[in-house]
Design a protein around this ligand. Structure first.
Ligand SMILES: Nc1ncnc2c1ncn2[C@@H]1O[C@H](COP(=O)(O)OP(=O)(O)OP(=O)(O)O)[C@@H](O)[C@H]1O
Ligand SMILES: [Mg+2]
Length: 816
């Protein structure tokens, strides 16, 4: 619809209505009229339209008309391009009109506003100069006022109103005007003039004299127009919405920039951004990770630096940049050199060292192959951690270690999500950042002490860490990006393997470090500990001499351990004593002898209790295997008047209880051969106790000791003080093999035992026990419990020994 056509808003005005074409209009057309051809428009009766007059003939017509206020004819050109149209270039039907206003424009052109009055048909043209003139006949429209027409008018009005509402350029009055036009034919003409349809269709509407048909056509055209308008409206809405959003963001960002510039932060910020960007590049992350880091940097840039989110994101980016994504030390694997380093730093441990060298050799041949994860298992102080350090040195790698003792939360391994306040990556990534290398030797200490609580299971996180199939994309919750751990060499350590979850055990190759014999300890002390302690306490090598007998006395009477940690500490005490003496200028240099020890360290801590304890019948020495190495233990039995019940105490577990019961039954069943009165069992209650009562104990290997203890009690034969035993028994008296043989033998020797009674079926395991541990020890193998008795107990008729204090003699002989 064109705006200009709506200038005239009063078709019912008196002048117009008088002249408006209608069935009952009196209005008459003159027989001849001047004809004004119009281009690209059709004039309709009852409407007003502007005309620009340019052509010479038209101008002449207009100048003739004006003074007389004559009516003239408006006829559309078929082809708007023609400048000087002849008869045949014009439509035959047109609209008679009168002039409302003429405006003379500069340069001789004329604009005028005309008002359509009635339809006419050209009968014939009578002149073409100075302008077209024709004989005409007025055409009358036909309006039959039916119900259909009424309905059609209503619907057309409705549609037209909606079109008006959706057309942004329509003045509001238009809909008022629509309401005001009562005559259906006038309404049709008004709408026809405003419709946006091709010229020919408009002409058709003009020529259609039947009002109903005309309105029908208009209705269709209006509906089309409405559809187009609605569609364009919808499209506009969508476009506006998207523009609004991006405009808003743009606007806010510009505002933010302005604020930052005002605060002078702009430059600093730009610099910082550049710096971080450079750091990200320098970190040489994998492509996707780098892209993510840059995205986060972009996000950072849009944040006000004072916001808490800013510092969280900043810390995150720092972490990303500082992790050793590509930093690694170069492996220097040279087997001969590695062997030298291992031997230089550790005494003995031949089997373990050999395995380590094999491991390194395989690494050297196949650097990217998947190697097993080693796990060192053994009592405290046997050198597990320090071996790990040596391996790192031998390979030319960095060394890190974390202690898993007390870790109960998965997040300790894997970190907390960034959304938590104060979140950090887990220990694995923390250590890697600290050591600045992605291929360190990474020791997971105390794997047997991993805890577990409601916050998830750290062991399952470790599973992923230790799985060569998965650990090349280890995801820390904080980082939220995969990190490649496959170059890290993990080594686990544990005191014993039982508490380690089986799935974890399955991923590791266990290397046992069982503990040292006194002679091994002596060598370690001479070669490493003394030298180190002398140095650490500020002495010179020649200022302090510790002879072997002193060291052995330390090993046997002042320490009681499988490893050498306490030994080193005790040597440290002696060094400090010597340092004090020397510093006070009392002496230049010192030689410590065994006799000096009580003065320096106090009385001996581990005197043999054997003689003392076993002085009475019913107390027998057994051998136990504990997480911290082998140990001797005592089994004590007493009886008191009662009804034959068996009481068991000393924090003993189910298995140990059962073997006590088995031992008791075995004694009862064999009372005849053992020469025990059967009535004893009916008249007495029996109590078996295993001190120290506060330490939990379990396992079947004390069976033979319990049996011997009960027999000792019932036959009144005290046990020999220098005999110890171990072995599981069956109800039939058979002796079954036990574990931890080496540790038990070491413990026996340490305690001053001379004879050990062992299951026959353990004989083959003796090959694994170091020679010096065996030397001086008598091994008695038994397959039946009763065979143990002659070795273990004093002869029956020998009177009870009087308790007396006596230190067990040692094989090394220096500690009397
Ligand atoms: N065979 C050895 N040769 C030389 N020194 C040793 C040897 N075994 C242990 N040590 C020394 O003993 C000390 C304790 O060893 P380390 O800390 O490695 O024990 P650990 O097995 O890790 O014990 P824990 O189970 O308590 O962690 C270290 O100073 C180590 O150098
Ligand atoms: Mg350790």
């Amino acid at each position: 619809m064109r705006l200009i056509e709506l200038i005239e808003v009063d078709p019912n005005a008196p002048a117009a209505s008088k002249k408006t074409e209608n069935e009952d209009t009196e209005f008459q057309l003159p027989e001849q009229m001047g004809i004004l051809p119009i281009r690209s428009a059709v004039a309709f009766p009852g409407t007003v339209m502007p005309l620009a007059i340019g052509r010479e003939r038209s101008k002449k017509l207009v100048s003739d008309l004006i003074p007389q206020e004559t009516i003239f004819g408006l006829v559309a050109q078929k082809d708007p391009e023609i400048d000087d149209p002849a008869e045949e270039d014009l439509y035959r039907v047109g609209t008679a009109a009168s002039v409302l206003k003429v405006i003379k424009m500069p340069r001789g052109s004329i604009n005028m506003i005309v008002h359509g009055i009635a339809r006419f048909e050209v009968i014939e043209y009578v002149a073409s100069e100075p302008y077209l003139k024709a004989r005409v006949r007025m055409l009358k429209t036909r309006t039959r006022r039916t119900k259909q027409l009424q309905a059609l008018v209503m619907s057309v009005r409705n549609t037209a109103n909606r079109v008006v509402a959706l057309s942004p350029n329509m003045p509001e009055e238009t809909s008022m005007l629509l309401e005001n036009i009562q005559d259906p034919s006038a309404l049709a003409d008004f709408l026809a003039a405003t419709l946006n349809i091709p010229l020919e269709e408009k002409q058709e509407l003009l020529e259609q004299l039947d009002t109903y048909r005309r309105l029908e056509k208009i209705s269709v055209a209006l509906a089309n127009q409405l559809e187009v308008l609605e569609l364009s409206h919808k499209i506009q809405g969508q476009v506006r919405e998207s523009i609004d959003k991006s405009q808003r963001e743009y606007f806010l960002q510009e505002e933010l920039k302005a604020i930052q510039a005002e605060l002078g932060q702009d430059d600093r910020r730009a610099e910082e951004t550049k710096e971080i960007q450079a750091q990200i590049k320098a970190a040489r992350m994998p492509k996707e990770v780098e892209a993510e880091a840059l995205r986060e940097l972009d996000r950072l840039n849009k944040m006000p630096p004072a916001s808490p989110e800013y510092s969280v994101l900043r810390t995150y980016l720092d972490w990303m940049c500082e992790l050793p994504w590509a930093k690694a030390t170069e492996d220097r694997i040279d087997i001969a050199r590695a062997r030298r380093i291992l031997n230089r730093e550790h005494y003995g441990l031949d089997k373990v060292k050999r395995r380590i060298l094999e491991f390194l050799a395989v690494r050297q041949l196949n650097p990217h192959g998947k190697s097993p994860i080693l796990c060192f298992v053994g009592p405290p102080g046997v050198g597990k951690t320090s071996l790990g350090r040596s391996i790192a040195r031998a390979m030319g790698r960095k060394f890190v270690r974390i202690s898993l003792g007390g870790i109960r939360d998965e997040a300790d391994i894997r970190g907390h999500r960034r959304t938590y306040i104060g979140a950090l990556p887990g220990r694995i990534l923390q250590e890697l950042r600290k050591c600045e290398s992605k291929n360190p030797v990474f020791m997971l200490d105390e794997m047997d002490k991993i805890g577990q609580d409601f916050r998830g299971d750290p062991a399952s996180a470790l599973l992923e860490v230790l799985d060569p199939e998965q650990n090349n994309s280890f995801t820390d919750h904080y980082l939220d990006q995969p990190f490649d751990l496959s170059d890290v060499m993990f080594i686990g350590t544990a005191n014993y393997t039982e508490p380690i979850p089986p799935a974890l055990m399955d991923r590791m190759e266990v290397l046992e470090l069982p503990g040292y014999t006194p002679l091994e300890k002596l060598q370690i002390a001479k070669k490493y500990l003394v030298v180190r302690q002398i140095q650490e306490n500020g002495l010179k090598k020649n200022q302090l001499t510790l002879r072997d007998d002193v060291l052995l006395e330390l090993i046997q009477s002042y320490t009681n351990e499988a490893g050498v940690r306490n030994l080193e500490r005790t040597i440290g005490s002696i060094c400090r004593y010597a340092a004090t003496q020397i510093a006070e200028k009392k002496r230049r240099r010192m030689t410590i002898t065994a006799k000096d020890l009580p003065a320096i360290l106090g009385p001996r801590k581990y005197e043999s209790e054997l003689a003392l304890r076993t002085a009475v019948p019913g107390v027998v020495t057994g051998l136990a295997y504990t997480p911290v190495g082998g140990e001797i233990l005592f089994v004590e039995s007493v009886m008191m008047p009662g009804k034959g019940q068996l009481l068991l105490t000393g924090q003993i577990g189910e298995v140990m209880k059962e073997s006590a019961q088995a031992a008791f039954s075995l004694v009862k069943a064999n009372s005849a051969t053992l020469k025990i009165e059967p009535q004893v069992f009916e008249k007495n209650d029996f109590h078996v106790h295993v001190p120290a009562g506060a330490v939990p104990k379990d396992g079947p290997s004390a069976g033979i000791t319990m049996f011997t203890s009960l027999v000792s009690l019932l036959t009144n034969r005290p046990a020999r003080p220098d005999v110890a035993m171990t072995g599981e028994i069956t109800l039939k008296g058979f002796v079954l093999p036990i574990g931890g043989l080496k540790e038990k033998i070491l413990a026996a020797k340490q305690a001053g035992i001379k004879t050990v009674i062992l299951p026959t079926r353990n004989a083959k395991d003796l090959a694994d026990v170091p020679k010096e541990a065996k030397s001086g020890l008598k091994m008695v193998f038994v397959s039946n419990a009763q065979e143990a008795l002659e070795t273990a107990l004093e002869p029956q008729n020998k009177p009870s020994r009087r308790p007396r204090r006596k230190t067990a003699s040692t094989t090394a002989g220096g500690a009397a």
